[in-house]
Every structure is written in structure tokens, then in C-alpha cells.
Design a protein around this ligand. Structure first.
Ligand code: ADP
Ligand code: MG
Length: 227
């Protein structure tokens, strides 16, 4: 089953009178349960693409069907709803709220979605990422790896079918990065679709398919290993 169907995606930024083609006719499909790396040099359009896939932004042209629904044309309110329902997003810089505890950070998506048992679910998500004993810590009382675990817990707490991560190990040392990758592997084994942006070849090598992007275009050398 195809969960991501992108056709002819374009995104152009204007900067100081110059046009930047951040995405230039990008088309690809991702099936349910895949684990995919998107890789490419800095400035090649990876984050722009992830923000569109994650319904955080919209393409200027092209179509993007998420689980069969064309989301490129939806109003912002519906886009937020779809995002909350289908997608867990993990950022390179964690993006946690500093004044909230780990538990409160993880609860947030549930509160937006109107869950009653938010606290229990958030506590369970923190247990899954190995932070049962850090629930009441605030981000600045945790290591980088622990912060990213909180961010992963926040991404999975609504039980989304798809996890999108934009350079999730970029601010972590190798060992801590490997631990975060092991979490993504577990989530993928549970049947979730996982898309990871990285420019680290050994991280990309842990994915069954690699999409290479350069200057806003998908390169032909994008490969797929086995089934
Ligand atoms: P990557 O994540 O691969 O480093 P990005 O998607 O962040 O690349 O950026 C792709 C291109 O678009 C870069 O040239 C970048 O400078 C430009 N860009 C990204 N966001 C903006 C923006 N908000 N305004 C203007 N240019 C942008
Ligand atoms: Mg980026």
C-alpha cells in the first residue's frame, strides 16, 4: 500500500530578489512499513521536502497524497488535523518546550487531539523510549540523547503510522545516535513507516532504501536493497 505519493513537487523561495528552487519536480512513492533514508548535501532541499511530507508546509506545485488524500490542496486547519493523526515528526534540534517537563512535552499532541488519558499515554511513550525515570525532568536537565528520546516519545504518543525524522542524530554523538536509530528500527519493526533525513552514510546504510537529493532534484543513483 502506497502511503506517500509525491508527484512533481516544487518549492521556490525568493531571497533578495533571487529565486531558489528548493524542490524542483520531485516525484516518488513510499509504501507502508518502509524504512527510508533521504540523503544529500546541505542545502539540497531535504528539510523543505520533509516539511511538506510532514504537512508542516505545502508545495507551490505538484500533488502530495498522504494515505490516499491529496493534502497539497487542504486548508491549514485540515492539514494540522491530518498531521496530528498520521505523522510523528522528530527534529534535529529536538524542539521541546523548555519550561515543560518531559511528561508535559509528550502530552501536548494528545491535548491538541483531545485525548482524556493523555498523562497515562505520555508516561507509556516515555517508558517505550527508556525514560520512565526522567518524566519530571525539564529539557535543560537532560542530555542531548535524552532530549531526543523525549522528542521521539512525543512523535509516537499519538500512535501515528508514519515517523518523519529530519537529521535526528545530527546533534548527537555516535553512540547516542545509534541508540536513537535503534528506537527507529523498533518502531519500523512494529509496522510503522519511517523516513529519516541524514547526511551520515552509516545512518543511511541502516535503511533499506536511500533517496539521494541534490539541488532540489532526486538523483538517479537512489537505490533500493532487496525487498
Ligand atoms: P537541507 O535541509 O537539505 O539542508 P533546505 O531544504 O533547508 O536544505 O534548503 C533548501 C534550499 O532552500 C537552500 O538553498 C536554502 O537556503 C533554501 N531555503 C530553505 N528555507 C528557506 C526560506 N525560508 N527562505 C529562503 N530560502 C530558503
Ligand atoms: Mg535540513
Amino acid at each position: 500500500m502506497i502511503v506517500i505519493d509525491a508527484v512533481g513537487l516544487r518549492k521556490t523561495y525568493m531571497l533578495g530578489g533571487t529565486e531558489i528552487n528548493a524542490l524542483d519536480d520531485v516525484s516518488f512513492q513510499i509504501s507502508k512499513g518502509e524504512k527510508i533514508a533521504i540523503t544529500g548535501p546541505s542545502g539540497s532541499g531535504k528539510s523543505t521536502l520533509m516539511h511538506i511530507l510532514g504537512c508542516l508546509d505545502r508545495p507551490d506545485a505538484g500533488s502530495y497524497k498522504l494515505a490516499g488524500e491529496d493534502v497539497a490542496i487542504l486548508p491549514s486547519s485540515r492539514l494540522a488535523e491530518i498531521r496530528n493523526k498520521h505523522i510523528g515528526f522528530v527534529f534535529q534540534t529536538f524542539n521541546l518546550l523548555a519550561r515543560l517537563s518531559a511528561l508535559e512535552n509528550v502530552e501536548l499532541p494528545l491535548l491538541y487531539a483531545g485525548f482524556r488519558d493523555a498523562k497515562d499515554r505520555a508516561a507509556e511513550a516515555l517508558r517505550v523510549v527508556g525514560l520512565a525515570d526522567r518524566m519530571y525532568h525539564e529539557p535543560n536537565q537532560m542530555s542531548g540523547g535524552q532530549r531526543q528520546r523525549v522528542a521521539v516519545a512525543r512523535a509516537i504518543v499519538t500512535n501515528p503510522a508514519m515517523i518523519l525524522a529530519d537529521e535526528p542524530t545530527g546533534n548527537l554523538d555516535t553512540k547516542t545516535g545509534d541508540e536513537i536509530m535503534a528506537l527507529f528500527e523498533d518502531l519500523n519493526k512494529d509496522g510503522r513507516t519511517v523516513v529519516i533525513v541524514t547526511h551520515e552514510p552509516d545512518i543511511a546504510a541502516q535503511c533499506r532504501r536511500i533517496i539521494h537529493i541534490r539541488d532540489g532534484k532526486i538523483e538517479d543513483k537512489s537505490i533500493s536493497k532487496g525487498a
